[in-house]
Design a protein. Structure first.
Length: 287
């Protein structure tokens, strides 16, 4: 647990090199769900065998403002490795962002869905527990993790609707951006506003099957973990979405972490990550 900051020592936010300059761990397996270099999934498995027969499994989704040039799944390597050491299996997915051929609408969403559904094919071979999957996403990945849990709510006729989507039991969003309309209307968000049109397409009903606010209630518990000093995701976005989700009938808990920006949310040995790990232990104790 990171000790509390002394009052006389000013807090300094982490920058991306503070995380990415660390020695990079490696996953245990990699699987493909398409021909593009980003249509892959990394599987992180704890050592030994699970005492309960199956590993508790976390479906992980990276952020990067929905743009592959900003981030890919490897940005989550450090927290994936940390969870592996704590007895969790991690299914860390990648996808084509809006800046890649085939990305945007519907490609980015179809990639995320296909990568998630691939988990079922490999579950038995690697003792992955499908009965209580937690989707955990950071930043734009928080939106996509919530969207995965909402797929059963997609409107009929949507290009994104698929039969029998992977069941998600709970969602943990770390500095997420679930309300795409709010992001598009907020020039102070760290992703900008033009990326939303690239993500959802130029359609009259562009948010109906892409923005989580239009798909509420999800019907599963939601945890939002947000840094009070996040300069990428404006602080007002989490409480506004939380209020709407509760109004629509979902169970949602908002965790606001002091002295925390955007990077700290996915950096081991920070107060924010310690809080997330404690939450995961409560949701599904490790094997």
């Amino acid at each position: 647990m990171t000790p509390p900051r002394k009052p006389d020592i000013p807090w300094t936010p982490m920058e991306w090199p503070d995380l990415t300059a660390r020695s990079r761990p490696d996953p245990d397996h990699q699987f493909r769900y398409g021909d593009d270099s980003l249509q892959v999934v990394d599987l992180w498995l704890p050592a030994g065998r699970p005492a309960a027969g199956r590993w508790p499994t976390i479906l992980m989704v990276h952020g990067g403002c929905w743009q592959s040039a900003i981030a890919d799944r490897r940005l989550m390597d450090w927290v994936a490795a940390d969870l592996r050491e704590r007895g969790f299996a991690v299914w860390n997915i990648d996808y084509r962002g809006v800046d890649r051929d085939g990305g945007g609408y519907p490609g980015t969403f179809r990639d995320v869905a296909d990568a998630a559904d691939l988990l079922r094919i490999h579950a038995d071979a690697h003792a992955l527990n499908l009965s209580r999957i937690v989707a955990l996403g950071h930043s734009a990945g928080g939106h996509l993790a919530l969207w995965l849990a909402a797929r059963h709510r997609l409107p009929a006729g949507s290009m994104l609707a698929q039969g029998d989507p992977l069941s998600i039991a709970q969602v943990v969003s770390l500095g997420g951006l679930p309300d795409l309309a709010a992001v598009e209307a907020s020039p102070d968000n760290g992703c900008g506003t033009e990326v939303i049109m690239q993500l959802v397409g130029d359609r009259p009903d562009r948010f109906a099957d892409t923005s989580v606010t239009c798909l509420l209630p999800l019907g599963v518990p939601i945890d939002l973990v947000n840094g009070r000093d996040d300069r990428i995701v404006p602080a007002r976005m989490a409480p506004a979405f939380a209020a709407l989700a509760r109004e629509r009938g979902d169970t949602l808990t908002l965790h606001e972490i002091a002295d925390t920006g955007h990077v700290e949310l996915i950096a081991p040995d920070t107060a924010a990550w310690d809080a997330t790990v404690a939450m995961l232990h409560r949701i599904m104790p490790p094997a």
